[in-house]
Design a binder for this molecule. Structure first.
Ligand SMILES: Cc1cc2nc3c(=O)[nH]c(=O)nc-3n(C[C@H](O)[C@H](O)[C@H](O)COP(=O)(O)OP(=O)(O)OC[C@H]3O[C@@H](n4cnc5c(N)ncnc54)[C@H](O)[C@@H]3O)c2cc1C
Length: 402
């Protein structure tokens, strides 16, 4: 590429300083690999992110990874809520399938942390890390990129004209990744035709710190414990019904949410602003290209119902940073095709079955035809250890990092 601007040289250029991009830069820096983070957002928004309403259910493996990156200790204790068990309800029935740790295991199934707290801690851990060799390009985007003349790297032109040369370009810019598109990587995209509302609500009655997943008719409800009398309500509805709900005055909104939960925790009042997300699941056809890799939601954008997205993204961080770090330690090329192929193989194995199973569960629990209702009832009462929701929720949450 031509131009008089001096070229910035870095090992890895990362598009997207979301929780995954930040953790990846952090993990690389611990292996002596430098990074440049490019994000549309202003630096101040990365440092002190606003609430987006998401409460993230973290697996044990994720807690261990965040601990190793010095992110976990920076999440204030009062931002972590224990999740002791999960209950899955079907329709009007009071019967719930219980998912709890087995005897002899820890008392907790998982831990819930606001996404805002994770992002803030991930940013702070990176900037405070003494070994971090990180460059920041905020309020910035990539304009073009191409392999360098001798194929030893990728040349990136940022909006504004700066040229960056890196051995590897990583897209971590969300499930709607424009970098993935520019790399020419197609993605299987599933529009679920539903919107998800998340909102912290106070409730009259205390709960027992169990998460509820409630597949009612025409709606899916979840309740995630935040404090004894406060939970995050998660409600999935068709867009037109969601429009009507969001337009309600506060008192009517609260009465409507209380009604939808059949008053099981008494009257509910709003504790924070409600947020809304259109539900779209995405699985990229490839996770790598020549000196290119996809990470986090840019590779796999999970449906939130089984709470896997960030957890799987962190597995990818561990995997790719491990391979890149090993290559650096051995004096090898950190963007070599064989390394990238290995990352792709391992990450697809870890995510593909969960992605497919989550889609199947979403299909089963949003299908209102009588055979599906009957199957749901039978499946819930079976209570078998191999039952898919049990395995998906509990098995994944309780797994430790290997
Ligand atoms: C309601 C809800 C609940 C969830 N609950 C859970 C849960 O319980 N457990 C779980 O594991 N996961 C959960 N998830 C998923 C989790 O939030 C995501 O997996 C996680 O945020 C992905 O992080 P990321 O860094 O890959 O992408 P993002 O968080 O989307 O960050 C992307 C970053 O890229 C930047 N960016 C975007 N485009 C560009 C561009 N062109 N140029 C430069 N920068 C760009 C953005 O500014 C942003 O900073 C939930 C998601 C939702 C919506």
């Amino acid at each position: 590429m031509e131009g008089s601007t001096p070229t910035t040289r870095v090992d890895v250029a990362i598009v997207g300083a979301g929780p995954i991009g930040l953790c990846f830069a952090n993990a690389l820096s611990r292996r002596g690999v430098s990074a440049l983070l490019i994000d549309r957002q202003a630096r101040a928004s990365l440092e002190a992110p606003e609430s987006d309403g998401r409460e993230i259910a973290l697996t044990r493996a994720s807690q261990q990874t965040l601990d190793a990156l010095d992110v976990w200790p920076r999440i204030p204790a009062d931002e972590r809520a224990a999740m002791r068990a999960a209950k899955v309800f079907n329709g009007e029935s009071l019967f719930a399938m219980q998912i709890a740790p087995r005897a002899g295991q820890d008392a907790e199934l998982g831990c819930l942390v606001p996404n805002r707290a994770i992002r803030a801690a991930a940013y702070a851990a990176l900037v405070d890390s003494p070994q971090a060799e990180v460059l920041w390009r905020c309020e910035s985007e990539i304009e073009t990129f191409a392999p360098s003349a001798d194929d030893s790297g990728v040349e990136i032109r940022l909006a504004g004209g700066e040229i960056v040369e890196a051995a590897l370009l990583v897209a971590a810019d969300s499930r709607f990744s424009s970098t993935r598109r520019a790399m020419g990587i197609p993605a299987h995209t599933y529009q679920h035709g539903q919107h998800m509302l998340v909102c912290r609500m106070h409730h009259e009655q205390a709960h027992d710190f169990s998460a509820w997943e409630w597949f009612g008719h025409g709606q899916t409800l979840a309740l995630l414990p935040v404090d004894t009398h406060c939970s995050s309500v998660v409600l999935t509805l068709p867009p037109a019904q969601m429009d009507a709900l969001m337009a309600l005055p506060q008192a009517d909104f609260e009465a409507e949410i209380t009604r939808r939960f059949e008053g099981r925790l008494g009257a509910m009042t709003r504790a924070a602003e409600a947020r809304r997300y259109p539900l779209v699941s995405v699985y990229a056809e490839r996770f790598v290209g020549p000196r290119q890799a996809l990470l986090g939601d840019a590779a796999v954008g999970m449906h939130p119902v089984t709470a896997h997205g960030f957890n799987l993204g962190l597995e990818g961080v561990r995997r790719l940073a491990g391979l890149v770090g090993d290559a650096r330690a051995a004096g090898q090329d950190i963007g070599a095709p064989r390394l990238l192929a290995r990352y792709q193989r391992q990450q697809r194995l870890a995510t593909g079955p969960l992605f497919a199973a989550t889609l199947a569960i979403v299909g089963l629990y949003t299908d209102e035809r009588p055979p599906a209702r009957l199957l749901r009832k039978a499946v819930l009462r079976a209570g078998d250890a191999a039952w898919p929701v049990r395995r998906l929720i509990a098995g994944h949450l309780m797994r430790s990092a290997s």
